[in-house]
Design a protein around this ligand. Structure first.
Ligand code: WTA
Length: 650
């Protein structure tokens, strides 16, 4: 990627004048937040509604192996009450959720805070009626419909822990997530319309239960299609809601009681259940939502993510609703019915802040400006990106065609693990540079370490691995059911720090530029994927003996999935089998994991001890043969020449 370090875009004076935070205020608050985190967060914590106020603020250590993270630990609150009940007096009739359906001709829904309160309370009682109690796990496998938000909030209201599984995941992936957290209930819908096609959620959930065994299911009727209900196991959402009482007092929860689990990919093994808790998480997402998007009362906020990802949790549901915002939820895709849909929705609902992924911007950019230029986008004030670095070309297209040069672009770097934004501009305070996530949010202390020595690089200009020196309230607390894995994954490589897994560069102005993952995680269309997961799906096929998966640069997806596959002795390397394997991975994990390239590899480059040298495979996939490094330790160096000669066209 070409860096545009010297290209700087300050916000306009008009924007700064109305912003919550300007440059001087940022400097002052940032300094206060890191000089005295207790005082800073102790004060910020008061923006939430506490049933019992905290007396302790921060109790955290990154000290290996005794890592422990607690914020506001003796405080008691309820997250749903903070997102709903406390707004009823002041904004009961204000729209909390605008729902825009997949079909542009179908009516949008506007759900007020009062209606949200009623729906969530009823659903809380439905869950209780199904035997769900505080601490129980509930899996959500849902379309992008308001009922998904109701379900998250209903869990929070009664103290149950939700685990949302992205609707694009396969029955196998769903089954392993149901099993891993011993879910007591699955909430799903008959079908999920997206881009004019219906994903068979209920049918997938039925299949998942053939694998993991039956779990009670609550089924929302979205399309009226899908398979029938199984007696004794399945319950109709509509039928139970019709009978439910709307009186459901919020459960008092400790600040450190779990709020949700969200599975995410790592460099090894199965996806891990990232656990977030109640008080610190809610405070962190509400504060970042307010300041990073410069959200003001009455604004319409739209985050295009799916609720199956952390971005949807933090910036469709919890952050905006905690702030009493109007949050837009979109069921469809950016290219249906055509590549103007995002902009049609922005115009229709007069969206003020718009937050999406670079991969979507690149895809729309490729369709041409005629899909965006006709729309009235004058309501927009702030644009955001998340998920991967944005390339300068896409940045400029976004700035010129969507923001019309008026809207600051906030490039937010964060992770499922971090709960909310860690590196990001505040739009009225920090001049942006295309492709840089710029500066730390309040309380965040990034450091750049030398990857080999683990030493902190103290010069302003630095390149290395990105770590955090101290905790922030939105940080994950543990891996569900496996605290040791949590400690090992994030705190063992660089002792005393939280290790993000990303590489970065810090420029002369102290701006951070994310250079991508330094582990075996790849980023495909902003979705995180462990190469190990794709490999294990491939080798599960009876004809495959070995597989190695790496990322390679892809013009739209950011990274594509490049697979090297060795077949069992005697199997034939055919194009039909290649296609069969692509479909196989799709079925095992889900469409987002479909390999872009499968290269037959009768031999893989291995060390004499049998370890696959992925570095070499990465270089070949990246078309960077000049720089293969030392291949002398390979058991059979000639396999490299063979792989280069047969490299697939990308
Ligand atoms: C990448 C998504 C560059 C990064 C919220 C990180 C980014 C991973 C950015 C987390 C950004 C996210 N610039 N890279 N603005 N945002 N990433 O857990 O590699 O799905 O580690 O969280 O996405 O992905 P996750």
């Amino acid at each position: 990627m070409t860096h545009s370090e010297n290209e700087v875009y300050p916000p306009s004076p008009e924007f700064v004048a109305q912003a919550h935070i300007d440059g001087a205020k940022y400097e002052e608050m940032y300094a206060a937040s890191v000089n005295d985190p207790e005082a800073f967060w102790g004060e910020q914590g008061k923006t939430l509604d506490w049933i019992k106020p905290y007396t302790k603020v921060k109790n955290t250590t990154f000290e290996y192996p005794n890592v422990s993270i607690k914020w506001f630990e003796d405080g008691v609150l309820n997250v749903a009450a903070n997102c709903i009940d406390r707004h009823l007096d002041t904004r009961g009739d204000q729209t909390a959720i605008i729902w825009e359906p997949d079909d542009p001709n179908a009516p949008a829904r506007h759900i007020t805070y009062r209606e949200l309160h009623e729906q969530v309370s009823k659903l809380g009682n439905v869950l209780k009626g199904l035997g769900i109690a505080k601490g129980d796990r509930v899996v959500l496998y849902m379309p992008m419909i308001p009922e998904a938000a109701f379900a998250m909030l209903a869990c929070a209201r009664i103290g149950a822990i939700h685990s949302v599984v992205f609707g694009g995941f396969s029955p196998d992936a769903l089954a392993s997530r149901i099993e891993d957290c011993s879910a007591k209930l699955v909430i799903t819908a008959d079908e999920a319309p997206r881009g004019g096609r219906n994903t068979p959620l209920k049918a997938n959930a039925d299949k998942a239960m053939e694998i993991c065994g039956d779990v009670p299911m609550l089924v929302v009727s979205r399309t009226g299609g899908g398979p029938g209900m199984k007696e004794g196991r399945d319950h109709s959402y509509e039928a139970l809601m019709a009978e439910a009482s709307a009186d459901c007092p919020p459960e008092p929860m400790g600040a450190e009681d779990p709020l949700f689990i969200l599975y995410t990919s790592g460099s090894t093994g199965k996806p891990k259940g990232v656990l977030h808790t109640s008080g610190g998480y809610l405070l962190y997402v509400s504060l970042t939502h307010k300041y990073v998007f410069d959200y003001h009362d009455g604004d319409i906020f739209w985050c295009t993510a799916d609720v199956g990802w952390v971005t949807g949790h933090s910036y469709i549901v919890y952050g905006p609703l905690a702030n009493g915002a109007t949050t837009l939820m979109f069921e469809g895709v950016p290219t249906y019915p055509d590549a103007g849909r995002f902009w049609a929705v922005c115009e229709k609902h007069k969206v003020n802040q718009f937050y999406t992924a670079p991969t979507a911007i690149r895809a729309l950019m490729g369709q041409g400006p005629q899909f965006v230029d006709p729309y009235d986008l004058s309501s927009l004030k702030v644009l955001g990106t998340v998920g991967e670095p944005i390339n300068p070309e896409a940045w400029h297209w976004y700035n010129d065609h969507v923001g019309k040069g008026r809207c600051p672009i906030v490039d937010t770097w964060w992770q499922t693990e971090t709960g909310g934004h860690l590196l990001t501009p505040l739009p009225g305070a920090i001049p942006t540079k295309p492709g840089s996530a710029t500066k730390p949010f309040f309380g965040v202390q990034p450091v750049v370490l030398d990857a080999q020595s683990g030493e902190e690089i103290t010069t302003t200009e630095a390149e290395g691995v990105l770590c955090m020196k101290d905790s922030w309230p939105g940080q994950m607390r543990t891996v569900f059911g496996d605290h040791e894995r949590f400690v090992k994954t994030y705190f063992s490589d660089y002792k005393g720090y939280y290790f993000s897994g990303d590489g970065c560069r810090r420029d002369a102005d102290g701006y951070y530029w994310i250079t991508g993952r330094v582990d075996d995680v790849i980023n495909v269309s902003g979705h995180r994927m462990g190469t190990a997961e794709v490999e294990s799906a491939l080798v599960a096929h009876p004809k495959v003996s070995e597989a190695a998966v790496v990322g390679y640069p892809h013009p739209v997806k950011g990274q594509g999935i490049y697979c090297y596959v060795t077949l069992m002795a005697g199997e034939e390397y055919t194009d039909e089998l290649r296609e069969e394997l692509r479909q196989w991975v799709r079925k095992e994990i889900g469409p987002i994991a479909t390999p872009d390239v499968i290269q037959w590899a009768p031999g893989l480059p291995k060390t004499r001890s049998g370890k696959i040298m992925r570095r070499i495979l990465r270089k070949i996939a990246e078309n960077d043969f000049g720089n293969l490094g030392d291949t002398s330790t390979l058991a059979d160096p000639s396999v490299v020449d063979d792989l280069i000669a047969n490299r697939a066209n990308t």
